[in-house]
Design a protein. Structure first.
Length: 94
């Protein structure tokens, strides 16, 4: 995740905290709930950027494959979807 994504994530978290506080101050339950949702989404994104290893049973998003890899098959982590698709094409040619 790049710097721009991290900044966007931080903005979403702060926006959520602001909405939640405004909702509490005005007794607006909907605004308060929106704030909590924004914060939860920011937390989820932040957790995703901290992942270094995926152990068996850990959910991961795999990009660049036409179909999922076989069980036990090793995969590489790359920065961009384009790189993932290139590696998938090379793998498909084997």
């Amino acid at each position: 995740m790049g710097l721009g994504d991290k900044i966007e994530n931080m903005k979403d978290d702060l926006t959520g905290k602001g909405k939640e506080a405004a909702g509490k101050a005005t007794d607006n339950e909907r605004l308060e709930a929106e704030g909590r949702v924004d914060q939860s989404q920011a937390d989820l994104k932040q957790a995703g950027e901290k992942v270094k290893d995926a152990r068996p049973g850990d959910p991961v998003e795999i990009l660049g494959f036409d179909h999922p890899p076989s069980a036990g098959e090793f995969v590489r982590v790359v920065e961009h979807e384009r790189q993932a698709k290139h590696l998938a094409n090379l793998r498909a040619e084997r």
